[in-house]
Write a protein that binds this ligand. Structure first.
Ligand code: UD1
Length: 417
């Protein structure tokens, strides 16, 4: 099993190119199931989760042509199977995103129920309730969701909790439903906007993406479209924090500062010098020490839960005390005990981690438990004294494209062993 070996203490310098957003590319690939003709998707990150999604769609009969730059032509003309098997869903919860498209286009879907995962229970009840309200017959048996509907019917939905993939599933389902669907309390993440842009290019009629009310007028058929996936705001934030923690100067390219306002504001509060242009953001720390900051995770435009572990790592070496409150997932502090093994001073009280910054972390062997927790551990390794060995890095390969290559390019001492 691959591990990352990081020798800490080298300030990052230089430029790094940000990949397309995993969390936009996944629903966009699922959405190609809705189209009668091929779609062309560019800026797709080459990640395990993306290949898992393509394998899942291939099992159903979709075909893909991929060029040297990982631009993808996806063809779902001949889809004949409507099943997402347990073996695939258990490795990637986002497989649930095929449910809405399959049901809307083919009137049938069998999707394994995703279980819990390292960061919490993560139910899909709101996906199912929404589809049922649109007229689907839904039965959960033997660990599988079976959904059937002659044609989904537009209706008004109000989501009890803001859910990202729930909003995406229901939005995709509504594109081919009969009549109008309104989704209230919809998620407002940039990835939802990107998916809506793609769906509208396919012929869908969606208004309000990026607000909490989506209005969708159902159409009879959708056709393939061209789309360039938006930049990954979580990867962007992770490299900015890496630069800030190591006291370096890094320009992060092919990104968009407007995607991560909440994160940039926190970095400014922490004393980071930031500048940005159209498609770049630069951090210049000039060797200064960071100040600890408080965060409270919330749905977009609040502070993203997917950046919480990285901020926790940042606070471990900052001046002062920072309080990090996790309000989205109940068990997202798995990185804390690993950071403690590196000497971090962290106390957990309920949903809050209280971090008192120390001068320097000490290297230790640590274990990644989920995708973003592993990013937090890599950041800690970059500043720790000595050699940090991060185990189980398959988690990080799910969401960070060529992380060791990009960090090496910035002067980090990191290698896969
Ligand atoms: C998505 C992101 C993930 C991110 C998360 C929160 C993708 C592929 N993944 O995950 O990286 O961490 O948003 O920003 O885009 N909930 C319910 N019932 C449901 C659905 C969700 O109670 O039917 C709850 C969840 O348990 C959680 C909260 O709603 O507490 C938000 O979860 P949700 O937005 O659905 O997360 P995902 O879409 O799975």
């Amino acid at each position: 099993m691959d591990q990352l070996l990081i020798t800490g203490g080298h300030p990052l310098q230089g430029e790094v190119r940000i990949s397309g957003a995993k969390n936009a590319a996944l629903p966009i690939l699922a959405a190609t199931l809705l189209a009668e003709t091929p779609s062309y998707i560019s800026n797709v990150p080459h990640l395990h989760d993306i290949t898992t999604m393509m394998h899942l769609l291939e099992e159903m009969g979709s075909t893909f042509v991929i060029d040297d730059h990982f631009n993808i032509e996806a063809n779902s003309q001949n889809v004949q199977k409507f099943t997402a098997p347990y073996e695939m869903v258990k490795t990637m919860r986002a497989s649930i995103l095929v449910l809405g498209p399959l049901l809307a286009r083919f009137g049938e879907a069998h999707v394994s129920l995703p279980g819990g995962c390292a960061i919490g229970a993560r139910p899909v009840n709101l996906h199912l309730q929404g589809l049922a309200a649109m007229g689907a017959d839904i039965c959960v048996e033997g660990g599988y969701i079976t959904a059937q509907a002659k044609r989904l019917q537009g209706t008004t939905l109000c989501l009890d909790v803001v859910t990202v993939t729930g909003t995406e599933n229901l939005m995709m389902a509504a594109t081919l439903a009969e009549g109008n669907t309104i989704i209230e309390n919809a998620a407002r993440e940039p990835e939802i906007i990107d998916l809506a842009i793609f769906l509208n290019r396919m012929g869908a009629r969606i208004e309000g993406a990026g607000t909490s009310t989506l209005r969708i007028t159902g159409v009879e058929k959708l056709y393939g479209a061209r789309h360039r996936v938006l930049p990954d705001r979580i990867e962007t934030g992770t490299y900015l924090i890496a630069a800030a923690m190591t006291g370096g100067k890094v320009k992060v390219n092919h990104t968009d500062a407007s995607l991560l306002d909440a994160v940039l504001l926190k970095l400014l509060e922490a004393g980071v010098t930031l500048s940005h242009g159209n498609d770049w953001i630069e951090v210049d720390m000039q060797g200064r020490r960071l100040r600890a900051v408080d965060i409270h995770t919330a749905p977009h435009p609040g502070f993203p839960t997917d950046m919480q572990a990285q901020l926790t790592a940042m606070n471990t070496i900052a001046e002062g005390v920072g309080m990090l409150t996790e309000s989205i997932f109940e068990n997202r502090f798995m990185h804390v005990s690993e950071l403690q093994r590196m000497g971090a001073n962290i106390r957990i009280e309920g949903k809050t981690a209280i971090v008192k910054g120390i001068e320097r972390l000490q290297a230790a062997p640590v274990m990644a438990t989920d995708l973003r927790a592993s990013a937090g551990l890599v950041l800690a390794g970059l500043v720790a004294e000595g050699d940090t060995l991060v185990d189980r890095i398959y988690h990080i390969d799910r969401g960070y494209e060529r992380i060791e290559e990009k960090l090496t390019q910035l002067g980090a001492h990191i290698r896969r062993v």
